[in-house]
Design a protein around this ligand. Sequence first.
Ligand SMILES: [Zn+2]
Length: 383
Amino acid sequence: MVTRRDFTAGLAAGAAATTLPLPSQAARYRGPNVVLIRFGGGVRRYETIDEDGTYAPYTRKVLAKRGVLIPNMRIDKLEGGNTSHAEGTLNLLTGRYNAYRDAGSKFLQDRLEPTEPTLFEYLRHSYDIPSHEALLINGEDRPQEEFFTYGIHGHYGIDFRSEMLSLHRFKLYKFARHLEEGGLAEDARLAAEQQLSELLAKDAREIAPEQSDPIQRFWAKWREHYGDDGFRNPRGDRLLTELALWAIRDLKPRLMMVNYQDPDYVHWGNASHYTRAIAIIDDGIRQVVEALDRDEHYRNNTVIVITPDCGRDANPLMSVPFQHHFNSGESRAVWALVLGRGVRQDRVFDREVDQTAIAATLAEVMGLRAERSEGDVLSGVFT
Ligand SMILES: [Zn+2]
């Protein structure tokens, strides 16, 4: 029996062989820029892209007119697959399923690292792009997602890593500066040392690269603006929006992924936390898109993809509703909105599409040979 994976793998291999030229090593990249927005923390179609049910009116009613809405994207039901946030994110970044492993850590239970190249690595492997122009923006309470900046695949890996903006990374910067600047009382110095070593211990990999100079300058500016105490900067997904806006202004990433996550608080709270979080992401998307539209570097030279990491169960009879870990049909039901340079406008893509198509399609957009991706290239969304 030919499975979907075999089938799409064959397609991707065929496409790579026939239509994608290998860009010359270290060529200059001219675009389009890509902004991949994870409408994350697991969302259902009903509260996001259903016209009646949506809590994301900007995304559904304004932005969808500028692109192609793919309402029927699925996460394949795979043996051993888990429908969750880190897993879905790595499906999006590698164009494969189960392309991760738990590397084990004393400090974290579910630390996943990619075992196949990510889009960031493909991009930096093909083009001369500094690490800060391949950028991940992560939430503060998902340190298990701090490990997506590079995978362990032999031909790629750390030399082609992305940089990451997150509160975790800011704290790494901040405590290192505190110690460097000196002048701390003995107990404050010990506390800063303690904090820094705890933060460093969260990445148990043998080589944990320093944040690059442009990223350190970014944090210096951030610290000057928001101070050290952590009380003045926005929190939760609003923080991710703020980091994305600063990145657009100051770092000009060629590929940026924003990992929104707060709808996931529904695990612990009630449904209103979930719907409010969707509205906050929607407003963040509006701010990010408006910033891209205003900016010379991005205007008319950017492709934007908005897509969830995973869905959520819809069964109201379950004792704990809104879960997503059980590989159910609803937790595998996602969607995508694609817009920007070369993308059709005001269309709905009526075929069922697989989640792995995102990486394959973005690789095609950026002229990369994502040879390990198993997804289909969605050529139908382009003009
Ligand atoms: Zn969750």
